[in-house]
Design a protein around this ligand. Sequence first.
Ligand SMILES: O=C(O)C(=O)C[C@@H](O)[C@H](O)[C@H](O)COP(=O)(O)O
Length: 361
Amino acid sequence: MPRLIVELADRSYPIHADRGLLNDSDFLHQTLQQPRLLLVTDENVAPHWLAPLQRALGERLVHAVVLPAGEAQKNLVTLERLFDELARHRIGRDGALLALGGGVVGDLTGFAAACWQRGTAFHQIPTTLLAQVDASVGGKTAVNHPSGKNLIGAFHQPRSVIADTATLSTLPDREFRAGLAEVIKHALIADLELLVWLESRVRELNDRDPETVAECVIRCCRIKAAVVAEDETEQGRRAILNFGHTFAHVIEGACGYGEWLHGEAVAAGMALALELSRRLGNINEEGRDRGIALMRDLQLPVNAPALDHQTWLDWMARDKKATASGLRLIVLDRLGHASVRGDVSEADLLATIAWRPAAED
Ligand SMILES: O=C(O)C(=O)C[C@@H](O)[C@H](O)[C@H](O)COP(=O)(O)O
């Protein structure tokens, strides 16, 4: 079974990625060792994937919380509901939370685990492509605040990541494509070979060919595990994983959480980040348009919504990467390599947010 380790000294953990893991009772027993488990999932995922876990874990799974689906749930009200359930079911420090679902469930559950009794174990069981290639790995947990995405959160690493690629078969098409945005992100920031490979697999990706998709999961997790191992709490290099996200978080927040899926906003945000990289002279038009063409080929939105420039600037000013001396933005130095820039002029920023890709022929 493909297995990677996120190397973080005493907080190291495995990423198991394979087809059929949720139907492997022995594997689940060995991996989810805590005696009392509380599972969190949502209404879309529960009908498909809750039963196998209930069967495998029996009475050790003391309760399953089924939340309404969507980004609008990622808030303090839902978090409080999770704390009530943890108290009601007497989950102590020897227990664990299980996050069965996409990025919203993973971020919420992880943050509840980070806070509960000052830190309780949790396991990520991602069922969306976005969560399998990105959100479930690295220990970023959070809820949204009305003034900004993920503003209330903590770094809290899971004990394991269990990515059963069979779960992707029940994923709606829009969700699947949103996950592809984060796959493209990994290629653009860290792996030119992956970019070339994705360009050669457009048909398979659009057909959701299981082997191609499974390879995306493994390759992205490998990249992400290496970046996180180098800089767990985003003091430096880890920020490259935020490529396109400063713009994406404006789109998600200003349009109302849930209107744009996170991955869709990331695609439109990466189109702007590619343009900014070109404007700074790091890549040429051909490089910029290559990234945008791949997103278009995979039917991702590349046009950010029309927001007035003050809205962009106000939301961006609350970005977590911003410091007293101003914004820090992620740009490509070249295709397949990214860095953090704190010296982007307001003129370049305003020109970038006003820019949109040319219409397709
Ligand atoms: O893991 C990271 O680091 C990332 O930035 C990955 C992002 O794709 C992910 O969306 C993350 O949750 C965003 O974090 P934030 O710190 O920008 O809220």
